[in-house]
Design a binder for this molecule. Structure first.
Ligand SMILES: NC(=O)c1ccc[n+]([C@@H]2O[C@H](COP(=O)([O-])OP(=O)(O)OC[C@H]3O[C@@H](n4cnc5c(N)ncnc54)[C@H](OP(=O)(O)O)[C@@H]3O)[C@@H](O)[C@H]2O)c1
Length: 280
């Protein structure tokens, strides 16, 4: 979980640039401003198209351009948000303004810190983060790992940055593919579960809107119980399961249908795919 050190790192006067402020970069930009972690004048961003830069300038009233070199030169912390296959070219293109006083934080899937360090061409701190889409509502799960030249306060800074969009965990880089398979792809797996629960509700006679609300709120509530009680999920499940009651009959059906094994296989397969796509 988020270290207490993260709360003590100061971002006062620190300038941050988001190179590639698309969907995820835009979510972070919005979160920096609304959380107050970085005031407008400390934030810059870049995109590929001038029209999008203009739209973002109007939306957020921060400096947004298509000039990566200038944005990188003026920033202390550089967030890298382009597509994975564009990452090393982007970093090479700004290498002339990089030095060990700056921090690079990539949130691209599958791009290893070593590839970014090599493209940067100097011994600067490179951090990799893997957020997920619920970041949009401040309910994201982000795993963060360090490259070779990262000091503890720089890692704490990354935690603080991603804490604006949800919970963070620090992992070794060898676990990043597993993170991609679990929390990166996980929302899609859970939407299918919510959809199926809602469908089930309709099947047993509930109106669709009621069934969908109950399915989603129940999923949310169960997740909140796990996070906030700290109890093992199996223990929480036992608390809902009365001897000879309804739940245990439902659980038997789930087990017979292989729900548990299927979910394990889904995460395993997504992890393997992330490994196949890795940019080293
Ligand atoms: N979306 C997610 O849920 C999610 C989750 C975890 C990680 N990620 C990672 O986040 C990264 C971005 O994903 P996304 O979904 O946010 O994609 P996206 O919306 O397509 O954002 C990419 C952004 O990069 C900009 N761009 C392209 N080339 C550029 C260049 N040379 N210089 C500056 N900006 C450039 C694009 O500009 P224009 O808008 O002008 O085309 C666009 O705004 C990916 O690496 C992905 O793996 C995404």
């Amino acid at each position: 979980m988020s270290s207490t050190q993260a709360t003590t790192v100061s971002t006062a006067g620190m300038r941050i640039a988001i190179l590639g402020a698309g969907k995820m970069g835009g979510i972070l930009l919005q979160a920096f401003l609304s959380s107050g972690l970085f005031p407008r004048e400390q934030v810059a961003a870049t995109v590929a198209h001038e029209a999008r830069a203009l739209a973002l300038r109007e939306q957020f009233r921060v400096a947004v351009s298509t000039d990566n070199l200038q944005a990188a030169e003026q920033a202390d912390v550089i967030l890298l948000g382009v597509k994975p296959q564009q990452m090393t070219d982007l970093v090479s293109s700004i290498s002339s303004v990089l030095h060990p006083g700056k921090v690079l934080i990539s949130f691209a899937a599958s791009v290893k810190t070593a590839a970014i360090e090599e493209a940067a061409g100097c011994n600067l701190a490179v951090i990799r983060a893997m957020p997920n889409t619920p970041a949009m509502l401040g309910a994201g799960a982000t795993a963060i790992c360090r490259g070779r030249f990262v000091a503890a306060p720089q890692l704490s800074l990354a935690e603080k940055i991603f804490s604006t969009v949800g919970r963070t965990v620090i992992v070794d880089e060898k676990h990043m593919d597993a993170v991609t398979g679990l929390s990166g792809s996980g929302p899609a797996f859970l939407y299918i579960i919510i959809e199926a629960l809602a469908e089930a509700g309709v099947h047993v006679g509930l109106p669709r809107d009621v069934a969908t609300l109950l399915a989603a709120q129940t999923t949310y509530g169960a997740a909140k119980m796990v996070l906030e009680t700290g109890s093992h999920p199996a223990l929480l499940k036992d608390e809902v399961t009365t001897p000879a009651g309804c739940t245990v009959d439902g659980i038997l059906e789930l087990e017979e249908g292989g729900a548990r094994v299927t979910l394990i296989k889904a995460v395993k397969r997504a992890t393997e795919r992330a490994r196949e796509l890795a940019i080293k």
